[in-house]
Design a protein around this ligand. Structure first.
Ligand SMILES: [Cu+2]
Length: 641
């Protein structure tokens, strides 16, 4: 495939640099995304598309957009020529085709483990960590040049993508001084036409850390407006403190720290700002007998990225509605599947049981995991909570930022290697089917003979009090909307037809239990994440005659007035047995009402919180497709007394 040749003109006063990035879509069309930079404006992004055949463009609006962009590109070149601008054209080698990266050749790393506690005279005590965000280079694949990333670490040398795994102990608090040492400019394109953290002098990368699944004070929850730049030189309107306090008083389970800056979450995570956080409680977990120790208990952080051949992370710099949002795209999907920072890695395992804490750290990609040889998963925990019972499954669907805690028994494998596959269409559920590249995740090479394995998977795990509908003090309706342009392309997404900065409407009482009916009026699945609270999914009911109901909601945004009970009478979708426990993210099925019971107290004790949950700046709840969350499928959540 040859990069497109472009004209150049003669004046040297205003050099224009045009970068061409050819990108193969399916097998029969080539998409060139083009970045034009010139000296009198910081940057101008345009896209030129060359289409070999039209068969790929089944959607007429997408075709229309491509033709329009093509015309805009030609127009710009003509104008540049008339103005006598000097045009430099160079290729950066284009996008890496996934077929260029050999699979299963890089060994999976275990990210550095940092203990969130000290041990003094045999007794664990509280610890303060210092974790910094650095720009550095990271090797995603042996044949890919080093990639510029943003990485968390205790030092620049030890910083990794994903970041180090923080291991905390139940009942021992961990404090973290999160520091920003990032440069003045972002490595990825962002969009100031969506609500975005922008420093006063437009210098510095705003960041703020949210501990996903953490039950912590609002000041340490990583509110999107609590962002800060390098050295805390500039801070957002809700910033209050440098050192975050994690109580670790909640049930044991899997958490996940990641960036949450307003309007930049999608690009800050794409750049590498996320990592695993585990809360352990030996007293209740040891008796379960699950595989344990660093060798047999491993976090797997899975995400998708596209790369240019120079190694850099590729993100389309042109939005789907560029006249409205120059950059914002409704979903980011990468061609390459990465686990623990390596593209399609392999892991050598022994013929015994392993525990994998699988975090989906993708922006928008769902994973439906299954093994090539039919090996089972014992599903033992979902998000930050153990299941009540282990569930034997052949496949697991994990939406963005959901966490699946599983045990795999490699002694049951009939082959000496097994590939972990992905079968989830993208966007989920109505998008493209997976292919031979994004349908593969990693390979396990099983060594040696079956060995004596002291671990096992009990049927009964950890049981917490079951919430009763009678406890619920409030019923809410939470509706998900998508808004499209005249070209039928998404412009933004809202919850309850409100942007993030509209006045808070969800004000649960501390210690209360509520019923939320989440009404998905869109065509995509949205993984809804609630900060602080945990919830159980009660049922999922199809909305009949949804167009009529949606029309009413578009007019009144009021589920009761629009008589939701008249429409929420369709077929019920059962909740998968492995998702019947407590969760903090759940996949809201399109065209369905999903009823959840949400608890704003500790689930294992029913106790209230040891901190003031009503303090500013409060909490949030949002869609965890990061591109949606940024524009602006996120609402404030303010706890009250
Ligand atoms: Cu969404």
């Amino acid at each position: 495939m040859t990069p497109l040749a472009l004209a150049s003109s003669h004046s040297t006063h205003h050099p224009i640099i045009i970068t061409l990035t050819p990108h193969i879509y399916e097998s029969n069309s080539i998409h060139y995304s083009t970045q034009i930079k010139h000296s009198f404006s910081p940057s101008l992004h345009l896209s030129f598309t060359h289409i070999d055949t039209l068969s790929v463009c089944s959607c007429s609006c997408r075709l229309h957009r491509r033709v329009e962009l093509e015309l805009r590109m030609i127009y710009t070149l003509v104008v540049a020529h008339i103005l006598g601008l000097f045009v430099v054209v160079y290729g950066d080698g284009g996008l890496v085709s996934p077929s260029q990266l050999e699979k299963f050749v890089d060994e999976i790393p275990d990210m550095p483990r940092i203990k969130g506690y000290d041990v003094v005279h045999g007794v664990p005590v509280s610890k303060k960590l210092k974790i910094t965000m650095f720009q550095k280079h990271w090797k995603f694949h042996k044949d890919l040049p080093p990639t510029t990333v943003f990485a968390y670490g205790e030092t620049k040398r030890t910083a990794t993508v994903p970041g180090p795994t923080i291991e905390a102990l139940h009942g021992v608090d961990t404090r973290v001084l999160w520091q920003n040492r990032l440069p003045s400019k972002h490595i990825l394109p962002w969009d100031d036409t969506i609500p975005t953290a922008i420093p006063r002098n437009k210098t510095g990368v705003p960041t703020v850390v949210h501990l996903h699944g953490g039950i912590d004070e609002p000041q340490s929850d990583g509110n999107s407006h609590s962002w800060f730049t390098i050295g805390f030189q500039q801070v957002g309107p809700h910033w209050t403190k440098k050192t975050y306090h994690y109580h670790n008083l909640q049930q044991p389970g899997n958490l996940y720290y990641h960036d949450h800056a307003m309007g930049l979450t999608r690009v800050n995570l794409l750049a590498g700002l996320f990592g695993a956080y585990i809360i352990r409680d030996e007293k209740v977990e040891a008796p379960l007998g699950l595989p344990s120790g660093d060798e047999f208990d491993r976090p797997l952080v899975v995400f998708d990225r596209s790369f240019r051949t120079n190694g850099s992370i590729y993100m389309d710099p042109v939005g789907n509605n560029p006249t409205i949002h120059p950059q914002w795209q409704p979903e980011y999907f990468g061609d390459v599947i990465v686990v623990n920072g390596k593209a399609w890695p392999y892991m050598t395992v022994r013929r015994r049981r392993y525990r994998f804490r699988i975090i989906n750290a993708s922006n928008a990609r769902f994973f439906k995991f299954f093994f090539s040889n039919g090996l089972n998963f014992f599903h033992v925990g979902s998000d930050s909570v153990y299941n009540e019972e282990s569930v034997l499954v052949k496949e697991i669907l994990v939406g963005p930022s959901e966490i699946a805690d599983v045990v795999v028994d490699f002694s049951k494998s009939k082959s000496n290697s097994v590939v972990l596959h992905n079968g989830a269409a993208y966007p989920y559920p109505g998008g493209d089917p997976v292919n031979g590249h994004n349908g593969k995740v990693m390979k396990f090479i099983i060594n040696g003979q079956r060995e004596i394995d002291p671990s096992w998977v009990p049927k009964n795990l950890l049981k917490y009090p079951t919430p009763s509908l009678l406890e619920a003090s409030k019923t809410r309706y939470v509706a998900m909307y998508e808004y499209t342009s005249s070209k039928d392309e998404p412009v933004h997404l809202y919850i309850n037809a409100k942007s993030y900065d509209d006045p808070v409407t969800e004000k649960p009482k501390v210690g209360s239990t509520e019923i939320w009916n989440v009404i998905n009026l869109t065509e995509d699945n949205h993984p809804l994440h609630i900060h602080l609270g945990l919830f159980k999914v009660l049922d999922q009911t199809n909305i009949t005659n949804i167009d009529e109901f949606r029309d009413c909601m578009n007019e009144y945004n009021n589920a009761r007035r629009c008589k939701i009970e008249k429409y929420a009478v369709g077929e019920k979708l059962s909740v998968e047995p492995y998702e019947k426990g407590w969760k903090n993210v759940y996949k809201m099925h399109p065209g369905y009402v999903t009823k959840i019971i949400v608890k704003f107290a500790y689930i294992h004790t029913n106790a209230s919180y040891p901190f003031d949950a009503t303090a500013e700046p409060g909490y949030v709840y949002h869609c965890h497709i990061l591109d949606h969350e940024d524009n602006v499928m996120m609402r404030p959540l303010k706890l009250v007394k």
